[in-house]
Write a protein that binds this ligand. Structure first.
Ligand code: HEM
Length: 511
């Protein structure tokens, strides 16, 4: 007995030695605020501006901060240097998205581009979309549609100006971007009009727009199933899951109808009468017929990507133009300068086209500065760690949820002089093209999951802003509170929209 104890002692010592060593080697988690039982740090996130509360916390706990959102371990990145680590050095490991209930349902269980998990199917779909939907050539093919929609918006504004009406520019821009996307995606605007419904006497609204607003809200809605898996039933009790199912069914029926109509008209034409501008459904249906694709591309993939295109294609561009107009009205000197540029070059013209925009460096700098201070996705889209890894000497567990606070990084005094000032001059003559290479300003994200439609988004914003500034002088509605009108409070949602709609008085240009 004594002998066996003596013989086993070295083994016990070796075992303890290895445990101590491995404990020592285990790196610490990044610092973060203390959390409460069950809810963790959920109470510390502001409902409409989580990017602001996270920035306040990061000032105390650093640019790589741990939080616990109920059961979900979360990492928040708030400096350009750490963003580079996550989005470049470790991009592959952080290239997936969390499977939250809302996005999962609306993306047909991850068959889309924006919310799908990283993997071979996502890679193939991304390749296909980059070639067929978002290439410079394809964006150029939609030029006539874009210019026509901007011209229609200007006509509407001129009519309202002539009748002396105050315009809700936020609403006009939302309707402009959704009509534009409708034409790009389906070839026609008729779907917006057909889906109109009467809200009250004399007032109509687009049912399609309501469905999309609801889908947008559901993508960021708080579901108990995501944070308290055992309490998933509460989402049914509160009616949120039913809301999600209803919106999904309604959108699905809409996509189904549009796809079938495209299939019918393609058959009627027998394929030999090519459309002047192929819309996105035409392109997808052609790909569906093409059996040479390296993955099983289905109608559900088309519907899932349509959801991405609709939500990402309408909200971020319209929000950006509203923020640009707000910033310009708050900075009279910049407004004078940018209008001076547009009008001195093209004063005699009625319309600024896309070639003209290329000759407007100050306008382009205004758009970049707007995206620096008001990125439509202040926390980008959430990512998730695929495997355990170490960042800046800290241990990050697999499945950790990751938010990159692009809003805070672009206001960091370490990177920017007078960061809170709206100063487009900082982009004049600079090489910064917002392509995800400069980590101090990331409105389109960076790395594998960067926005694939940056070019399309920028062209929409620059063209419409140039024309709004060229055709009209703008004043705040005298009947509204100027401070409210020009404040920078935000609405909750996946896109950072200005809280109060922008009510302005347009005056036809006289100079
Ligand atoms: C001003 C315009 C726009 C801005 C500021 C913007 C910004 C962003 C951002 C920040 C992301 C997340 C990137 C990341 O996680 O690193 C994103 C993703 C995405 N955007 Fe955009 N976007 C714009 C316009 C558009 C347009 C017009 C479309 C399509 C018609 C579009 C389609 C997408 C898609 C599909 C994704 C998901 C990419 C993926 O997960 O792989 N975006 N966008």
């Amino acid at each position: 007995m004594v002998l066996s104890v003596v013989l086993s002692l070295p083994c016990i010592f070796i075992f303890i030695f290895f445990i101590v060593i491995s404990q020592k080697r285990k790196l610490a988690a990044p610092p973060g605020p203390p959390s409460l039982p069950l809810i963790g740090n959920l109470h510390q996130l502001h409902h409409s501006s989580p990017h602001r509360s996270l920035w306040q916390l990061a000032k105390r706990y650093g640019p790589l901060m741990s939080l616990r959102l109920a059961s979900v371990q979360t990492l928040v990145v708030s400096s350009a240097q750490v963003a580079k680590e996550i989005l470049k050095t470790h991009d592959l490991n952080f290239g997936t998205r969390p499977a939250f209930v809302g996005p999962r349902k609306l993306s047909y269980n991850g068959l889309d581009l924006g919310f799908a998990p990283y993997g071979p199917c996502w890679r193939e779909l991304k390749k296909l979309c980059m070639i067929h939907l978002f290439s410079a050539h394809r964006v150029q093919s939609f030029r006539s549609v874009r210019e026509d929609e901007v011209a229609q918006m200007l006509r509407k504004l001129s009519e309202q100006e002539a009748s002396g009406t105050v315009v809700n520019l936020t609403e006009i821009l939302m309707s402009f971007t959704s009509s534009l996307i409708c034409r790009i995606a389906f070839g026609k605007k008729k779907y917006v009009d057909e889906y109109e419904e009467v809200v009250e006497k004399g007032k109509r609204r687009s049912r399609l727009q309501v469905m999309l607003n609801e889908a947008q809200a559901l993508l960021t809605e708080f579901f108990f199933s995501d944070y308290f898996p055992l309490l998933g039933w509460v989402d049914w009790l509160t009616g949120k899951r039913q809301r999600l199912e209803k919106t999904f069914k309604e959108l699905d029926a809409f996509y189904e109808r549009v796809i079938l109509e495209h299939m019918d008209s393609a058959m009627a034409k027998d394929g030999d009468d090519e459309k002047e501008v192929q819309d996105i459904i035409d392109i997808f249906l052609q790909l569906l017929r093409d059996r040479s694709l390296s993955f099983h591309f289905t109608v559900d993939h088309i519907k899932a990507v349509l959801m991405n295109i609709f939500i990402a294609g309408t909200d971020p561009p319209s929000a950006t133009i509203v923020w640009a107009m707000t910033a310009l009205l708050n900075n009279g000197e910049v407004m004078r300068k940018v209008q001076g540029e547009v009008r001195s070059l093209f004063g005699e013209k009625d319309f600024i086209n896309e070639d003209d925009v290329e000759r407007l460096p100050y306008l382009k700098a205004v758009v970049k500065e707007t995206l620096r201070l008001f990125p439509p996705s202040p926390l980008l889209l959430p990512r998730e760690a695929i495997e355990r890894c170490s960042i800046e000497g800290y241990e990050i567990e697999a499945k950790t949820l990751v938010y990159v606070n692009a809003w805070a990084i672009a206001r960091d005094p370490e990177n920017w002089e007078k960061p809170l000032e709206f100063c487009p001059e900082r982009f004049l003559g600079s090489e910064m093209e917002l392509k995800g290479k400069e980590f101090e300003v990331l409105p389109f994200g960076s790395g594998r999951r960067m926005c694939p439609a940056k070019h399309m988004g920028m062209v929409n914003v620059e063209l419409s802003l140039a024309n709004l500034l060229h055709s009209f002088d703008w004043e705040v509605d005298p009947g509204s509170d100027r401070e409210d009108m020009l404040d920078t409070e935000v609405k909750p949602g996946i896109t950072m929209h200005k809280k109060t709609d922008l009510y302005l008085v347009p005056k036809k240009r006289t100079t």
